[in-house]
Design a protein around this ligand. Structure first.
Ligand code: 5BU
Length: 274
């Protein structure tokens, strides 16, 4: 069972360069924490990333939130990624026809494919969304996560939809490295002949918080223990649980990141020890 193996062992079985790099980074830094940095000012955005970078394997962005965006923010972000040894995940949630997502991924103001090791897509358009993104991302050694489930109350991404998302990933294993989901997906909706022990999808999981159960807009939180041990997910995504409501409180943000890193890693050690 893949979820009982170490991140380092799993890195050896992956083929996609972004998946390998992420798993190796997790093993090397001993962290499965991804910090989600959703603040409108690029100065705060970069200061938070500089503070949490040492504790993170991955930094998740929504660059379209930045009200003062210009491309120099990306150059600074890339410097921080090298300084602190983390990967970048732009949570873009592509969801259009192949031709359109190709243009959105490669170009526009943000040029996501140039700098984001990992991005994600809704499976709702069908396999063409993956084909379009792969045509841009594969030559750049990028990886894609499909949204198989969401953390929100009332999500429509469940049942047959989730199974179809996993099937879509199976058919594009060179580029699709795993899922945004709330549980392990190895073997989900698998046709006969697929050995779920051979599948090793990375599960990156939002909706993680230690203090709150949710927010006022349908977000639902679980603890690192529930996510990593009980549900077999690989990476915890934490946003407001770390930067709270004050993006300037850098010392507090640093200590919270350290706390989530420790909680996530000890949950992982519990899991792989069976
Ligand atoms: P929070 O502050 O920890 O609630 O932020 C969660 C982040 O993860 C935020 O950027 C969301 O856009 C993102 N997210 C999510 O919360 N739930 C989902 O199912 C997906 C993404 Br997909």
């Amino acid at each position: 069972n893949m979820h009982l193996k170490s991140y380092g062992e799993r890195a050896k079985q992956q083929t996609n360069p972004a998946a390998i790099q992420l798993l190796q980074t997790m093993e090397r830094k001993k962290t499965n924490l991804c910090v989600s940095v959703d603040t409108p000012k690029s100065e705060d955005f970069l200061a938070i990333i500089d503070a949490v970078g040492p504790y993170s394997c991955l930094i998740k962005t929504h660059v379209d939130i930045l009200e003062d965006f210009d491309y120099s923010v990306i150059e600074r972000l890339e410097e921080l990624s090298k300084k602190h040894d983390f990967l970048i995940f732009e949570d873009r949630k592509f969801a259009d026809i192949g031709n359109t997502v190709t243009l959105q991924y490669a170009g526009g103001v943000h040029k996501i494919a140039k700098w984001s090791h990992i991005t994600n897509a809704h499976p709702v358009p069908g396999p063409s969304v993956v084909q379009g993104l792969a045509s841009v991302g594969l030559p750049l050694r990028r990886g894609l996560l499909l949204l198989a489930e969401m953390s929100t109350k009332g999500t429509l991404a469940n049942g047959a939809y989730t199974e179809a998302a996993v099937q879509m990933a199976r058919q594009n294993r060179d580029f699709v490295i795993g899922f945004i989901a709330q549980r392990r997906m190895d073997g989900v909706g698998a046709p006969p002949g697929v050995d779920s022990d051979d599948e090793d999808f990375l599960i990156i999981t939002p909706g993680v918080g230690l203090e709150q159960k949710g927010d006022k807009m349908g977000q639902q939180y679980r603890t690192p223990q529930q996510v990593i041990v009980e549900s077999g997910c690989d990476v915890i995504i934490v946003g407001r649980g770390i930067y709270g409501d004050n993006p300037k409180a850098v010392d507090l943000i640093t200590s919270r990141a350290e706390r989530y890193m420790k909680e996530g890693w000890s949950a992982y050690l519990d899991r792989i020890s069976g």
